[in-house]
Design a protein around this ligand. Structure first.
Ligand SMILES: [Zn+2]
Length: 193
């Protein structure tokens, strides 16, 4: 049986390989093109097998039940001119002056009327961001084609921005070392509320 390489991986669920943007002390370049984001609750999981953010399972979430703090994030799709693909920028909902949300909002409203601007983002220290808008010196990589294709799928509800984070069922979560210990100590049973 042959597999047609042109069709391979082109299913509706993974029509997009989205990059999760990790902001560090190195400058990253993004081009915002929409204000339509997706809200998500995340848990930071220290467990060896996970070591990262896991999507909250909602009202019956086991991580919530064992007391793992959940944090709200707004996921915003942006164009990444360096890799020329669409990335997902997780933005904390904090409106503190040095946090990302207010600075990004100001930047987007300032630049949206003109041609798209390249925004550079760096963290100075934990939770404090430096955000600058730059004009394209060479506008051959503005991502028009990628953005247009993405928006068509995004507006049709075919793109899941939360797919850049790990998703675990409550059963999988109950097998994590720390979680299973807390469940034992506190007598928390899977599925019993
Ligand atoms: Zn949760």
């Amino acid at each position: 049986m042959f597999t047609d390489l042109m069709e391979y991986g082109d299913t509706e669920e993974n029509a997009y390989v989205l990059d999760r943007i990790k902001i560090s002390q190195n400058e990253i370049l993004v081009v915002p093109f929409t204000m339509k984001g997706v809200a998500v609750d995340l848990h930071y999981c220290e467990d060896e097998g996970v070591k990262g953010y896991v999507v909250c399972n909602g009202s019956q979430c086991l991580l919530c039940r064992v007391g793992n703090k959940k944090d709200g994030r707004l996921l915003l799709p942006v164009f990444l001119p360096v890799t020329e693909c669409i990335g997902v920028l997780p933005i904390s909902t904090s409106m503190q002056p040095h946090s990302l949300m207010p600075q990004l909002k100001a930047m987007i409203s300032k630049t949206s009327d003109d041609k798209p601007a390249v925004v550079s983002i760096v963290t100075a220290t934990k939770g404090k961001y430096i955000v600058n808008a730059n004009e394209y010196a060479d506008d051959s990589i503005t991502g028009d084609r990628q953005i247009k294709n993405f928006m068509k799928e995004y507006e049709a509800g075919k793109v899941d921005l939360t797919s850049v984070f790990t998703k675990l069922s409550n059963e999988d979560i109950s097998r994590l070392n720390v979680v299973s210990k807390i469940m034992k100590i506190k007598g928390i049973k899977l599925g019993a509320y």
